[in-house]
Design a protein around this ligand. Sequence first.
Ligand code: CP
Ligand code: NVA
Length: 313
Amino acid sequence: MPAAQDPGPLRHFLQLRDFSAKEILYVIERARLIKDKFKRYQPHHTLHDRNLAMVFEKASTRTRVSFEAGMYQLGGSVIYLTTEGSQLGRAEPIEDTARVISRMVDLVMIRTFEQTRIERFAAHSRVPVINGLTNEYHPCQILADVLTFVEHCGAIAGKTVAWIGDANNMAYTWLQAAELLGFTLHVSGPPGYRLDPLRAGDVGPATLREFDDPLEACKDADLVTTDVWTSMGYEAENETRRRAFADWCVDARMMKAARPEALFMHCLPAHRGEEVSADVIDGPQSVVWDEAENRLHAQKALMEFLLLGWQQA
Ligand code: CP
Ligand code: NVA
């Protein structure tokens, strides 16, 4: 029998800054290698016999498919749980759920509401826990987005990313990425939906610049990115938000204000005619399909890193 691998200290990925810049860049390089092998139909079964539990308390297309396909491609298997289909929907405490699930599987991914809920789960888990989206953060998406940027444009350090729209889970995760990876984040959103200075913290203009005018925010950007005006869990605010965000639709004028070679990204699902015009998301600067595909490769590298640590080849 092969000797059991020492898993090292227990690590979670609950927000991007749970990893150092070196670790994030390593995962991205590893994702590129895994992607290259995938494209050449070369097996990469580094997580043979490992089991991932996926807990969804909100809807998903990309996150579910990328984690599920990814774990099978690594040689492991998955268990899919939802709130309604599990005892979570009948008020079993999240701590008890964590204690039980983590005795049976090697890794857990959760998509839920408050960040404190995933933190409570992780505090009672024996295995690594991955944030598959909370109200506050979406770190797996940013791994895929940075991977996509690097593939198209090279290193992201020193570049400018324009975030247009809601100061939501994606915006705060982009801010963590800017701090960790050394690029500048421009943010523009309507009054009432801007970054909370307390949450944003004490960051200087090399990391964060905020703009009233979205066109100004797009100026000199290497990447323009946005997201839905109403995130999951905020549906009751839909009509109010639709009115408030009307001038924050990423359109051809905004893309023209950015650098000529700027990319457009959107984590998806998108609403054409709301946060982005159809000619931008379906146009030549958009890399949204590469971005969506890269969820698969980035998360395979992430799962491997959490379970096996630094790999050589
Ligand atoms: N971008 C993203 O997380 O998509 P899903 O909600 O479909 O998982
Ligand atoms: N901000 C969006 C992202 C969806 C992937 C939400 O939380 O609903």
